[in-house]
Design a protein around this ligand. Structure first.
Ligand code: S3P
Length: 440
């Protein structure tokens, strides 16, 4: 197991960089390539552990997925959604909630048995939220511990009954699982999403010609007879960019450009909060591809003040709360995060992990059932922080260590490979030094 030893960084971040390509879009591009007839060429695929888990599962369904990592390219060759076959073995989603939930939705339309498992963290994440609505398709589906956790099984069939479901908590994973299942429905399915979550699945399916209509908060998915393969060129991942944005904001005189980042409005709540806190950033070269907004993101140093995070922004910044908490501890005054109980069922209990890490570095924080109250501005002292094997916790506390006053150790940083294998290289490219990795 590796640990990061971080010395305070007194310099500035400068330059321009391409951050890793979007993880949510990479998963979906391979999945939709699988459902499309022909050759799907994906450029800018994220070769992180989560997305590779999706690739390996899909290969088990008899689909040819060619990986060309040196060109960040993946080619999916499939006969389309009616030609997927029962896998010979269990599918391992490893650490990835997106993999297991979306593929379970797809598996309802694949005749035969698909069984999914994952690593220790994934096997503790809630699956009732997909099992229950997916049962409306008429297929058998279940999981461990009274249908609550993985392993999961799905006994799919080539056509399924339509679904009608209202999402009790905003979740793009649940919504996408239902949309993917609904493509093979015997009639239109209706999914109500009272609070909007990221809409990548809808945008990408529309680009491929599927009929997905949004009326107010309701999404109507019409069944598909065939989808035809089209190329995807994926943008950078706003969630990975957030770590670089945070460090540039905290280091005086920094000025960086993160090129070609995905700025889907449902993904940039972090940037909106940062601006409310006094952060300085702007988007240039804004344009759209396959219904997804993208732009260059310019960021510079700025002193920050604490804010009350508007609860309606939570779904659009849910993955960024760990790094936003580090920024909050460096802001003058109090920052309140509420309505974020979903954080308790992510790759780790992130509310507890953030609170424990901040306290270990001398931060002042109160843990709430559904969020955190963080008091700034803290000069981080040295200390040892547990990552709990959670990539976003590990990276957030490495950024904290860089802005501190004494040596910080972040334990178990191998997990960074889950979303951002080039994290340390990208920090160095922008001029940041002070992180060394030790085998422990
Ligand atoms: C994701 C949706 C979110 C997010 C996750 C990726 C996706 O999860 O936290 O990292 O790609 O659909 P939920 O749907 O559980 O909110």
């Amino acid at each position: 197991m590796k640990q990061a030893v971080i010395q305070p960084f007194a310099g500035k971040l400068v330059g321009s960089i391409l951050c890793p390509r979007d993880k949510s879009l990479s998963h979906r591009a391979v999945m939709l390539g699988t459902l499309s007839e022909g050759e799907t060429v994906i450029t800018g695929f994220s070769f992180c552990r989560d997305c590779l888990a999706t690739v390996y599962c899909i290969q088990s369904w008899g689909v040819e997925v060619e990986l060309i990592p040196q060109e960040e390219k993946v080619i999916v060759r499939s006969e389309g959604l009616f030609h997927l076959r029962e896998p010979h073995d269990v599918l391992n989603a490893e650490n990835s909630g997106t993999t297991i939930r979306l593929l379970a939705g797809m598996a309802t339309g694949i005749p035969g048995l698909s069984v999914f498992t994952g690593d220790q963290s994934l096997r503790q994440r809630p699956m009732g939220r997909i099992i229950e609505p997916l049962r409306q398709t008429g297929v058998e589906i279940g999981g461990r511990a009274g249908d609550r956790f993985p392993p999961l099984f799905v006994r799919g069939q080539s056509r399924v009954k339509p679904i009608r479901h209202t999402l009790p908590v905003p979740s793009a994973q649940v919504k996408s699982a239902l949309i993917l299942a609904a493509l093979k429905g015997e009639g239109p399915s209706v999914i109500d999403e009272p609070v909007a979550s990221r809409d990548h699945t809808e945008n990408m399916l529309r680009y491929l010609g599927a009929s997905i209509k949004k009326q107010g908060t309701t999404i109507v998915v019409n069944p598909c007879t065939q989808l035809h393969a089209k190329a995807f060129r994926l943008p950078g991942d706003a969630s990975s960019a957030a770590f670089l944005v945070a460090l540039a904001t905290l280091c005086p005189d920094s000025q960086i450009t993160i090129k070609d980042v995905g700025v889907n409005p449902h993904r940039i709540g972090f940037l909106h909060c940062l601006r409310m806190m006094g952060g300085k950033w702007r988007l240039t070269n804004e344009h759209e591809e396959f219904g997804e907004a993208r732009a260059d993101l310019e960021v510079e140093f700025a002193p920050l003040r604490g804010i009350e995070i508007p609860p309606e922004l939570i779904p659009s910044l849910i993955d960024e709360i760990p790094i936003l908490s580090i920024l909050a501890s460096q802001a003058e005054g109090k920052t309140v995060i509420s309505g974020a109980e979903e954080l308790r069922v992510k790759e780790s209990d992130r509310i507890a992990a953030i609170a424990q890490g901040l306290k270990a570095l001398g931060g002042r924080v109160e843990e709430k059932r559904d969020g955190l109250i963080i008091y700034g501005k803290t000069t981080f002292t040295g200390g040892v922080v547990e990552s709990f094997g959670d990539h976003r916790i590990a990276m957030s506390f490495i950024i904290a260590g860089l802005t501190g006053s004494k040596t910080v150790v972040v334990k178990d940083v191998d997990c960074i490979e889950i979303s951002y294998p080039r994290f340390f290289t990208d920090l160095a490219t922008l001029g940041c030094s002070g992180v060394s990795i030790e085998e422990k």
